[in-house]
Design a protein around this ligand. Structure first.
Ligand code: KIV
Length: 283
């Protein structure tokens, strides 16, 4: 069994130009598959709101949802670096509230780090959480919790003005004490520039190759999330099709009595005559 990695391992991987592969997971089975596959880290994203809870966005996701799913993931992947994603509203008021909620991810769900969205405007929250001794991952670019302000789930930094904002955000995240940065849905040219300006590892989800590793959402890459597929997703499987076909076959088998077969039932250990006598008693 591979040793659980720490943030120092991710710095070594950066120095050695070894890419980090991470994925989202929200439950025990997905986490255990990720660990068995040798995933470097797992994000318990608030995307769980869309992928497993059926919301249209991430806004309704609560701290209780996140903690509960982080616990399940930790049970499934005890030897993998797990990042808890701070949901909307859990770090948006005071620095104190941000620290208190970040602490819950470590104390209650045994996470190794937390992630939160935003740059300049959340710098004081990042500083406060980092000062509490917690590993913070920043997240800039397409930040789904601000999809309303961004006008939807749209690529960011396509023009010089918005690219400048993202560069300032990236610098602010590092300056505030985050130990890694995730950049979402920006052009690779900008990712490369940001990665060259920072000393902390920079990871991409939809931000191209020139950085220290890639994140993908399990529901997207497995074909489990059907509402839409972002341009940056590579589909590795169509699990929804496999599951639906299995369910259809089961329905058919039940209706036609092809299931259960003899191998799926328990056989009596007493004699048939004794069972007959028992049934007679109740006639
Ligand atoms: O919640 C999540 O899965 C995320 C990714 C979109 C980066 O934050």
């Amino acid at each position: 069994m591979a040793r659980k990695k720490s943030i120092l391992d991710f710095y070594k991987m950066k120095a050695n130009k070894e890419k980090v592969a991470w994925i989202t997971a929200y439950d025990f089975p997905m986490a255990s598959f990720a660990e068995q596959a040798g995933m470097d880290m797992i994000l318990v994203g608030d995307s769980l709101g869309m992928v497993v809870l059926g919301y249209q966005g991430t806004i309704p996701v609560t701290m209780e949802d996140c903690i509960s799913h982080c616990k399940a993931v930790r049970r499934g992947a005890p030897n993998t670096f797990v990042i808890g994603d701070m949901p909307f509203g859990s770090y948006h008021t005071t620095d104190g509230e941000a620290v208190a909620n970040a602490v819950r991810f470590l104390k209650e769900a045994d996470c190794d780090a937390i992630k939160l969205e935003g740059g300049v405007r959340v710098a004081s929250k990042i500083r406060a959480i980092a000062d509490a001794g917690i590993v913070v991952f920043g997240h800039i670019g397409l930040t789904p919790q601000s999809a309303g302000q961004l006008g939807g789930f749209k690529a960011q930094g396509l023009y010089v003005d918005s690219a400048r904002v993202l560069i300032e955000d990236a610098l602010a995240v590092q300056e505030a004490g985050a130990l890694a940065l995730l950049v979402e849905a920006v052009p690779p040219e900008l990712t490369e520039f940001i990665a060259s300006k920072l000393t902390i590892p920079v990871y991409s989800i939809g931000a191209g190759l020139p950085c220290d590793g890639q994140l993908i959402i399990c529901g997207d890459m497995l074909g489990l999330f059907q509402a839409f597929t972002p341009k940056f997703v590579k589909k590795y499987a169509n699990v929804a099709e496999i599951i639906t076909n299995a369910f259809k076959e089961y329905v058919e088998d039940v209706k036609t009595e092809k299931f259960p077969e003899d191998q799926h039932v328990y056989h009596i250990k007493d004699t048939p005559e004794n069972f007959q006598k028992l049934f007679e008693e109740y006639k």
